[in-house]
Write a protein that binds this ligand. Structure first.
Ligand code: G6P
Length: 370
């Protein structure tokens, strides 16, 4: 096992550091040589079939569900097709409206999660086409779906998912662009811009990983608390939910992710002196709005850490206690960067509390029973 950890103390840390490679491998062979278009040869749908898709349902569990929340924004933004994202255990029993022109996307690292597999079968029973995003070739989900995008994250051992999640994000970016190319919602220049920005992501993640020590210090102060909040808007809220789950899974600290603008409708009552609030704030156009929410929690004594896009440190810095800067990218790609510091905070908080990082209590890597 020591050899498998390749010098890292835990599989989770090793897997966090493998993300730049996982990004490159998931993109490899899926972008045209001239860098102007996405080529998903594994998708058997014709352009006409793609143009016939009226809605998309994304269905998954746990961390894969959180990737699906980002996937919704990505597909709606790029291809302008309406998307609903559901937890598989809810979807399969809520009698969802699945029609033959619905594309159902199931997301599963293992490809074996019982509820996700059942949702896939339910979708097929209603005549929908099912596309799977999975990390395991030959898994049940991969075998039963009509189309499969394999994320090239490599085996993930730690129960808390990291590189599988970010590889799922890369798969959603590629899929969103591919659908957009076929539907005609985005021109070649736009697709080229996104692909160029995606190419920079692995190196940008490396830069975040270089600052692991700073995040370790932040995590050690987080670990002293029993409650905290994550806030964000849009895809920042999706990332906040994943950051909160990661922290809960391995540090056992109670946390809640909230849409920043919704705080005042209830959760604000829980803000008291010194409670940590981690704010993800990367979306152009939403800065002012989220900043005003940060001021609301600050006024009630919260200790605020902001994850902010490079270039906005000054503007945000005035209103927060601590700040971590994320390399600049396109707003839609920000989740692939902003989640990385949250993974490291969860890791170091778990370590500081003396927990078994790779095997948290009560949890399993793959849940194959209902
Ligand atoms: C378990 C794991 C999670 C994972 C979820 C879905 O709960 O502990 O890390 O996100 O299952 O797993 P899947 O393999 O379907 O992505």
């Amino acid at each position: 096992e020591t050899a498998e950890k390749a010098g890292f103390d835990h599989f989770m840390l090793k897997e966090i550091f493998e993300q730049p490679k996982a990004y490159r491998n998931t993109m490899m062979g899926r972008i045209s040589d001239d860098g102007r278009s996405v080529e998903l040869k594994e998708i058997g749908m014709t352009a006409e079939q793609i143009r016939g898709i009226r809605k998309v349902h994304i269905v998954a569990c746990g961390t894969a569900f959180h990737a699906g929340l980002v996937g919704k924004t990505v597909i709606e933004d790029l291809a302008r097709i309406p998307v609903e994202t559901d937890v598989a255990s809810e979807y399969r029993y809520r009698s969802p409206i699945i029609t033959p022109d619905t594309l159902v996307i199931v997301v599963s690292q293992s490809g074996e999660t019982a509820d996700t597999l059942a949702a896939l079968r339910e979708a097929k029973r209603h005549g929908a086409r099912v596309l799977a995003i999975t990390n395991v070739v030959g898994s049940s989900v991969a075998r039963e779906a009509d189309d499969v995008i394999i994320t090239q994250a490599g085996p993930e051992i730690a129960v808390a998912s990291t590189k599988a999640y970010t590889s799922q994000l890369i798969a959603f970016y590629l899929l969103g662009l591919y659908l957009a190319q076929n539907v005609g919602t985005r021109d070649e220049a736009y697709v080229t811009d996104v692909l160029m920005a995606m190419n920079e992501l692995p190196e940008q993640v490396e830069r975040i990983l270089d600052s692991a020590d700073v995040l370790k210090q932040i995590a050690e102060s987080v670990a002293k608390h029993n409650n905290l909040f994550f806030i964000g808007r849009g895809v920042d809220f999706a990332v906040a939910q994943e950051g909160s789950l990661k922290l809960k899974e391995i540090s056992y600290i109670h946390s809640e992710a909230y849409p920043a603008g919704e705080l005042k409708h209830g959760t604000l009552a829980l803000i008291e002196e010194d409670i940590p609030v981690i704010s993800v704030i990367t979306q152009e156009g939403l800065y002012e709005k989220t900043l005003s929410n940060i001021k609301e929690v600050k006024a009630r004594g919260a200790h605020v850490l902001a994850l902010v896009n490079a270039g906005h440190e000054e503007e945000v810095g005035k209103s927060v206690d601590e700040l971590f800067s994320i390399p600049k990218t396109l707003p839609i790609l920000a989740p692939a960067l902003s989640v990385v510091p949250l993974q490291l905070i969860a890791y170091y908080a778990s370590l500081a509390r003396g927990n078994d990082v790779d095997k948290p209590r009560n949890l399993a890597k793959s849940v194959t029973v209902e």
